[in-house]
Design a protein. Structure first.
Length: 350
């Protein structure tokens, strides 16, 4: 079967999946402020929760800037095994302090309330998991937040998409479905998306080699984080017993190659920066380069480091520069539409 025919089959499957999932992936309940808001001089962090019709439950971190410099919102979902706290909270809070509101939608099962979601229903929702389902869920949640904008004070119709590791993999699905949900995502900045091809046991030595290199990257990471941030970074990992079970059940979809299938459905004109690392086998940069060979507005940049370099302060600094170049370009053009923007000023010329 040719690559073109295979892509057509994937597109048909996604469309059929969209039709079958558009009802079961509906939001059943959105619960604002499950704990007291965290007030800052630059804005407010809200800890929300959402329960889907299929019983999947997510923790949501909503960061509302007091004096936003733009009405476009940053959206992300965390890496595997991480929470909306620690590193991910720092990222969202960082942009809020700079005047850009944002939302972080946690991993499946990250909101744990047995009174709201019975264990049997929760386990069933995880058994049916796929990256495509997660992407549907994210769009449904964003639609719900938009419909409650008068109370939640955040716009989700126009968004900048960020994502790391699992978050970048889900991001492929979010971009592939954006048109179906009438959501404008003029730019995505994704870091270390993994396994665009299905992981095979023959690749285990490469993966083990990468794992052996990660302690060195962890040492570099620790050296790059200030003491103030270091106090909060352990919360990045979600080690609750239920979270451990959740992440184990989510694993097969991450290793399945589905991220590459979804990536091949992203519109040819989508503007996207993908950062990979030289010593990160899981990112498979050569595969992403093949998938996006005909996408003129996608730049794939390989930099030094391994998978944990995701959380290094320098990585966020580079994203920072691109995001603010985008905001300047939108202001210059007075538009949030990709067709109006010159992306060589944002990331293509870097």
């Amino acid at each position: 079967m040719s690559a073109q025919n295979n892509q057509k089959d994937i597109a048909i499957n996604v469309q059929n999946s969209f039709e079958s999932l558009k009802f079961t992936t509906a939001v059943q309940e959105y619960i604002p402020d499950i704990s007291l808001p965290d007030y800052h001089a630059a804005g407010t962090l809200h800890s929300d929760a959402v329960i889907m019709k299929d019983s999947t439950a997510y923790a949501v971190l909503r960061a509302v800037a007091n004096e936003p410099i733009t009405d476009i919102t940053i959206g992300l979902t965390p890496a595997w095994w991480t929470s909306t706290r620690g590193h991910n909270r720092h990222t969202i809070e960082h942009f809020m302090r700079l005047g850009v509101s944002g939302m972080a939608i946690g991993i499946e099962g990250s909101y744990r309330n047995p009174d709201k979601v019975p264990l049997t229903a929760h386990m069933q929702s995880l058994q049916d998991h796929s990256l495509l389902r997660t992407a549907h869920h994210m769009h449904k949640i964003l639609d719900t937040v938009q419909s409650k904008n008068d109370k939640l004070h955040i716009e989700t119709q126009d968004m900048i998409l960020l994502g790391e590791s699992r978050g970048a993999m889900v991001g492929k699905g979010v971009l592939a479905l954006a048109k179906l949900y009438d959501r404008n995502i003029p730019y995505a900045d994704l870091t270390a998306p993994c396994f665009p091809q299905k992981f095979s046991i023959s690749k285990a030595p490469d993966l083990m080699k990468q794992i052996a290199q990660e302690p060195l990257e962890f040492a570099k990471l620790v050296g790059s984080i200030s003491l103030r941030k270091m106090v909060h970074y352990p919360a990045s990992l979600d080690v609750h017993p239920k979270a451990i079970i959740n992440n184990i059940l989510l694993g097969p979809s991450l290793f399945s190659g589905e991220s590459g299938e979804l990536a091949s459905l992203i519109p040819i004109k989508q503007n996207m920066h993908i950062t990979t690392f030289h010593d990160d086998f899981a990112s498979m940069p050569h595969v992403w380069e093949d998938i996006y060979a005909d996408h003129d507005n996608v730049r794939i940049e390989r930099i030094e480091g391994a998978h944990l370099t995701i959380a290094h302060s320098k990585t966020l600094e580079h994203i920072d520069k691109r995001i603010f170049a985008l905001l300047f370009e939108m202001e210059r053009c007075d538009s949030k539409q990709a067709d109006d923007l010159e992306f060589y000023k944002v990331h293509l010329g870097q």
